[in-house]
Design a protein around this ligand. Structure first.
Ligand code: IPD
Length: 272
């Protein structure tokens, strides 16, 4: 099994899934998982197209995918991680910030990632150790060094049970950085960091939202990590809690600011 073949397959399936979701956007049937998280028939159809496309060629590979296989364990030797649509709310509201995301991990480590936006005709991809590209052109992070000039992206979960934490983080970022964007697709936020359109990204999301984009950002020169140290045994490549990714110079200052914000949230909860 050659990695170039895996990349060719991921690129083809991302493109086909992109065409499928674009063609289904006119007549959408929308429902809500657990009463809050929006999902459309196109999410499920695109997940099926990608999953079947992989398993036809590699029947012994495992698939973690947002709609059809969200419980797959992440320690499989050959693991594909798929978001058929990242930015589903944008998709349903006819906004263009929508992506198909496909990653391949070998023994818990990212080997390749493809993030394809069919509405802007932009495809980001990376292979471990080989750099990152947007529509086949090499990309790099912005190299921003000053906190007060940093453009920061984040997002908010469907379930709003951690509002004090989210608001304290936002408060400190707005106080110390240039501005904030909430664009609605974690995969594209991270790819936009990779190509210099954004300088920082932080949020807690699921593996399918960031598995491909994280490799793309790292290969483009970003530091990828977490706001807090991870519990022993957690795989840093696949833990989506408290993600933080940025240009090299901004990582530590942002990490310190967000840790302070979280300490404030804990103090406020203790005295409430
Ligand atoms: C969502 C997007 C969004 C993020 C949410 C995710 P979905 O994924 O990535 O940017 O803020 O936390 O759930 O639901 O569109 O696949």
């Amino acid at each position: 099994m050659h990695e170039t073949n895996l990349l060719t397959l991921a690129m083809r399936l991302a493109s086909q899934a992109g065409e499928l979701i674009a063609s289904q956007r006119q007549a959408l049937s929308v429902s809500f998982k657990d009463g809050t998280e929006l999902v459309t028939q196109a999410d499920v159809a695109a997940d099926r197209l990608i999953t079947e496309g992989i398993l036809t060629i590699y029947p012994d590979h495992q698939i973690l995918s947002e709609e059809l296989n969200p419980e797959q364990a992440t320690d499989a030797e050959h693991l594909w991680i798929i978001a058929p649509i990242d930015g589903t709310v944008n998709f349903a509201h006819k906004h263009p910030q929508v992506a198909v995301s496909i990653a391949y991990y070998h023994k818990g480590k990212a080997r390749l990632g493809v993030v394809h936006n069919p509405f802007l005709q932009e495809t980001f991809h990376a292979q471990a150790g080989k750099g990152a590209r947007l529509n086949d052109q090499p990309i790099r992070v912005s190299g921003k060094e000053e906190l007060k000039r940093a453009l920061v992206a984040t997002g908010f979960p469907y379930v709003k049970d951690e509002l004090p934490l989210l608001m304290n983080r936002l408060h400190t970022v707005l106080q110390n950085c240039a501005d904030v964007r909430r664009l609605g697709s974690a995969a594209l936020d991270i790819c936009w960091l990779a190509c210099g359109r954004l300088d920082v990204y932080y949020e807690s999301v699921k593996p399918w939202d960031f598995a491909a984009a994280q490799l793309i950002a790292r290969e483009a020169g970003a530091i990828t990590g977490h706001i807090h140290p991870l519990p022993a045994g957690a795989n840093p490549e696949l833990c989506g809690d408290n993600l933080l990714m940025s240009t090299p110079a901004l990582f530590k200052p942002l990490q310190a600011l967000l840790q302070q914000a979280d300490q404030l949230t804990s103090k406020q909860a203790a005295t409430a």
